[in-house]
Ligand binder design. Structure first.
Ligand code: NOJ
Length: 583
């Protein structure tokens, strides 16, 4: 069965018509390579996305965020951009991009793209020019080129390491050279905080700043509503490039704005400039920051009124499925965002992290649930994981602010943990020397229909057979989990998301605003997250091992799983279940 029905968006609660859309938007993340493949070559593309836009409209989200779709050698799945003003031919072209933006708008969906300003591809014209120029040249000033340490400059300029593993510096063989750097010999080093094919640009260069202004304008002028900012906390570097020194977590900001390359205080100048640019449009454009600060107050600094609009709240994502931790994260998040007048943005997963079903399938005994190393090899109960993920979705969508839904979360997909090694493509796998499998397990192409691979992923508009295999193999276990399987099944995760998103639009209490915890006198107890929102709404989530009685007389609007009790008794909320109530 193909999903073609476009249900009109549920009426938006009257009081929320006044709220700027981005303050409480639910944004669906399209990892374009794996969303839908319209030309049948095994790689997701714009044709596929356009064909499946009705799925997103019927899901009830407000916007889509599309991962980088620019020309790229794909050394980091598109986060190595070779040209910011074009579309990767595997995905389509500019004309199709414009058509997609227009079609999304017609369906009431806003469009957010991904800007990658910390680094670009080594195949970008600027970097090619830098390689073909001498040390000290203008062409090199756009990047961070330095002489090495050691008698012959044979050691990297400092001790920084790549986020993907290994050194953050690569030495070039000089093409032109000068007296100190003979042509044809190893010469200067360039900085790359990620892959060697992703040279960092130098944000002290006004030319760099102007270039990214222009890139933003290029897409804003084509109707794009906003940008997600890649590594927003990473652009600026300490002028002296000092060593990080011996640290357990060298890639975690120090929390005081003085880390040599992360979450530095001087990065905020960039965002003040970008905000002014976004505000210069009649319909102001918006930003969401990918900023891993590890500290709600530091995150809040990106959201001051003259900076960015929103930022992903990763503290929520990395929290264990435990009541005290989640309560602390929620309180800390709300306080930090209130302090700057910004709405929080909740997120459970994305293309960089283990899918929530598989995270929550493990014993919840550790706080940092992010990297595959935290999970692989540990016993998993996927039924428990799915139950918790469904409850977490209702929790997330009931909290004040906006939310992001990563493609496949609405199908309750687990991480694909057994991808054959020969299929792995993430640079993390290669740079860690095979120690970490990387992020491919959450990037497997979506299952749309059918009982076997490619599960409708490569359905072509002309009905012809696909010509290529999905770029990552889909597991046989996707059978029964496709969008078509779940469509119309009231017990499915897809229908749970649809109901929640439709209710969220119609209930005045949800979206932007505030909440109040229900205290123990009102029946909440340890292991239970219960809060109210006005007017007349409550969300209860049971993370304890015992069922909990819901308030007598409360009307159940939506539950993430079957409730107990009945026959006149107060309904019982089972373990790992969430419920929305009308009070
Ligand atoms: C964050 C992106 O989400 C991730 O996929 C990418 O590898 C790095 N930034 C580098 O661009």
């Amino acid at each position: 069965m193909t999903l073609t029905a476009t249900t009109p968006p549920a009426a938006r609660a009257a009081s929320r018509l006044e709220t700027p859309w981005w303050r409480d938007a639910v944004v669906y993340q399209v990892y374009i390579r794996s969303f839908a493949d319209g030309d049948g070559d095994g790689t997701g593309d714009l044709a596929g996305l356009r064909a499946r836009l009705p799925h997103l409209a019927s899901l009830g989200v407000d916007a889509v965020w599309i991962n980088p779709w620019y020309p790229s050698p794909m050394a980091d799945s598109g986060y190595d951009v070779a040209d910011y003003r074009a579309v990767e031919p595997l995905f389509g072209d500019l004309e199709q991009a414009s058509a997609m933006i227009a079609e999304a708008h017609q369906l009431g969906l806003r469009v957010i793209l991904d800007v990658v300003p910390n680094h670009l591809s080594d195949e970008h014209a600027w970097f090619q020019a830098a390689l073909a120029s001498a040390p000290g040249s203008h062409e090199r000033s756009r990047f961070v080129f330095r002489d090495g340490r050691g008698a012959a400059g044979e050691l990297p300029p400092n001790d920084w390491t790549s986020h993907f593993g290994g050194p953050a510096w690569t030495r070039v063989v000089e093409a032109v050279g000068d007296e100190a750097h003979p042509a044809g010999e190893p010469g200067q080093w360039y900085l790359h905080l990620f892959n060697t094919k992703q040279p960092d640009v130098d944000w002290t260069s006004e030319e760099v700043r102007e270039e990214y202004d222009d890139v933003l304008r290029f897409w804003f002028d084509r109707g794009v509503d906003g940008f997600r900012i890649d590594v927003a906390h990473g652009l600026t570097k300490h002028a002296d490039l000092p060593d990080v020194g011996e640290r357990e977590f060298p890639h975690q900001p120090f929390g005081a704005g003085d880390h040599p390359f992360l979450d530095r205080d001087d990065v905020h100048e960039v965002y003040r400039r970008w905000r002014a640019l976004a505000d210069s449009y009649d319909e102001p454009r918006v930003f969401v920051a990918e900023a891993w600060t590890g500290d709600p107050a530091r995150l809040g600094m990106y959201l001051r009124p003259d900076e960015l609009h929103t930022a992903f709240n990763f503290d929520f994502l990395v929290s264990a499925w435990r009541e005290p931790e989640l309560r602390t994260v929620i309180d800390g998040t709300l306080a930090a965002h209130d302090a700057v007048g910004a709405p929080p943005t909740w997120v459970l997963s994305n293309h960089d992290v283990y899918r929530e079903v598989s995270r929550y399938a493990r014993e919840q005994d550790r706080p940092q649930l992010r990297n595959e190393g935290d999970f692989a090899g540990r016993p998993a109960d996927l039924a428990v994981g799915l139950r918790r993920a469904r409850a977490a979705a209702l929790l997330m969508l009931a909290l004040p602010g906006g939310a992001y839904v990563y493609q496949g979360a609405e199908l309750g997909l687990p991480e694909v943990e057994d991808l054959p090694e020969e299929s792995l493509q993430d640079p993390v796998w290669f740079q860690s020397g095979g120690e970490h499998r990387g992020r491919d397990g959450c990037r497997v192409p979506l299952p749309w229909s059918g009982r076997t691979a490619p599960f409708g992923f490569s359905d072509r508009a002309d009905g012809a057979a696909p010509t290529g295999e999905p770029w990552l193999p889909q597991p046989a276990s996707f059978a029964g989990m496709t969008a078509a399987d779940q469509d119309g099944d009231p017990t499915s995760t897809l229908e749970l998301y649809r109901s929640a998103l439709s209710l969220r639009r119609s209930l005045e209490a949800l979206g932007d605003g505030s909440m109040a915890w229900v205290d123990s006198g009102e029946g909440a107890r340890d292991g239970v997250l219960a809060f109210t929102r006005e007017p007349g709404f409550a969300c209860w989530v049971n993370l304890s091992e015992q069922p909990v009685a819901l308030p007598a007389g409360a009307e159940v609007l939506l539950a993430s799983g079957a409730l107990g009790g009945g026959d006149g008794a107060a309904a019982l909320l089972p373990t790992d279940t969430a419920v929305w109530l009308r009070r």
